[in-house]
Design a protein around this ligand. Structure first.
Ligand code: GLA
Length: 381
């Protein structure tokens, strides 16, 4: 049995000036006869800060398994959906990508096909006729290597993975590193870096489902959301963008000021039918080509007072409100994850960009570096 939660926090002191806070890194061991060869190398790292916030990360799928933050009374709750046992991540029905890094291409590529320099590539197709989140065995289902690293003012781990040439159909050997760093301002920073030996599409993102009341505490329709986006990319019935960049004004997609997620979700709007609710890429307000850190989203949970603010270098954010959860999955505290029991804000480039000439490019050329950052900041009001 692998128990991710049983982490006997070892205080590592090699960090010198970081020694005030504890980083616990434990190797998980399997005794349950599971066949996955890599079980013995599955690790769980716990990042802690001086404000009482804790983030747990495993090297299976680079998954954030837990984010514990205080409410306005100082009461702690785990606001990230997930499991206690690694087996549950591996065997989950419908593979919801809880907490994982998804890619090489987060989101969809139409029919799993694209061309670079006249050569056509065919990717694994795993979402109807389309490619989703890197394929059948995407980055969320592989074992990464994990090591603690020194990041001034934060506790941090770095995860690395070499996605091989032709893996899930993608061209090029892609060397990826993802860093999770937790500072004392309750900011979890995620930095992505990648290099390739052949031009390839790259669109990495983080797929945590949040419920700011606490995981398993019902649905998130009462959370208030602001998206810093005057436009979104409408999709067809298979959730592939039509290519249009449509204004949100006057539609249920207008989150330009805080409003409850559930307020307009049942409106008779074709896009809401296609997504079974919100499952759309929003175009973050910024000048074309600007890749500085910009506010993408602000979420307020009125009862607990917990606030989540997301800033990113990415041009888009996929707002998915857990439409496909249906109560079958039970999470860390044994409670069922009901429909819309969590929301994801996946900072990213737009879906299907390799086939959409008007969207910002997602092709990483040989010799160039892919670099992207997102900060998840927690506070209370
Ligand atoms: C993304 C997609 C959704 C769904 C979830 C995982 O957010 O846009 O359609 O696939 O991942 O269930």
């Amino acid at each position: 049995m692998i128990t991710l939660s049983a982490c006997p926090c070892l205080l590592r002191s090699w960090f010198g000036y970081l020694a005030l806070t504890a980083l616990c890194l434990t190797t998980m061991r399997s005794s349950s006869g599971q066949t996955m060869e890599d079980f013995d190398s599955i690790q769980l790292a716990t990042l802690k800060n001086s404000s009482g916030m804790t983030v747990k990360v495993t090297n299976y799928g680079a998954i954030v398994t837990s984010i514990v933050v205080p409410d306005r009374q100082g009461k702690l709750a785990d606001v990230a959906l997930g499991y206690n046992r690694i087996e549950d991540y591996i065997n989950a029905v419908d593979k919801p990508y809880f907490g994982a890094i998804v890619g090489r291409y987060g989101n969809r590529i139409a029919k799993g096909k694209f061309a670079i320099g006249g050569e056509t590539y065919s990717l694994a197709v795993n979402n109807g006729e389309n490619h989703l989140h890197g394929g059948v065995v995407g980055l969320d289902k592989v074992v990464w290597s994990l090591k603690p690293i020194v990041v001034p003012g934060a506790q941090a781990v770095q995860l690395s993975y070499l996605a091989k040439d032709k893996e899930e159909g993608y061209p090029g050997n892609l060397q990826i590193t993802v860093t999770y760093a937790l500072n004392n301002q309750n900011e979890l920073k995620v930095d992505y870096l990648a290099t390739t030996d052949k031009a390839t599409p790259v669109n990495l993102t983080q797929h945590t489902y949040f419920n700011l009341k606490g995981e398993g505490e019902g649905d998130i329709l009462d959370h208030q959301l602001m998206l810093n986006a005057n436009a979104y990319t409408p999709v067809d019935a298979g959730s592939i963008p039509t290519g249009e960049i449509a204004p949100v004004k006057g539609t249920p997609f207008d989150f330009t000021t805080l409003k409850p997620i559930g307020r307009d979700i049942d409106q008779a709007h074709e896009q809401l039918k296609f997504g079974m609710g919100f499952d759309h890429n929003f175009v973050i307000n910024r000048a074309p080509g600007d890749a500085s850190m910009q506010l993408a989203a602000r979420v307020v949970e009125p009862k607990s007072g917990r606030v989540l603010e997301i800033t990113t270098t990415e041009p888009g954010v996929q707002f998915y409100c857990g439409n496909f959860l249906d109560g079958r999955l039970k999470g860390k505290s044994g409670k069922a994850y009901v429909k819309r029991g969590g929301f994801c804000l996946e900072t990213q480039h737009y879906p299907d960009s390799p086939n959409q000439p008007k969207f910002p490019s997602t092709i990483l050329e040989k010799g160039k570096a892919y670099s992207s950052s997102t900060v998840f900041k927690f506070s209370v009001q």
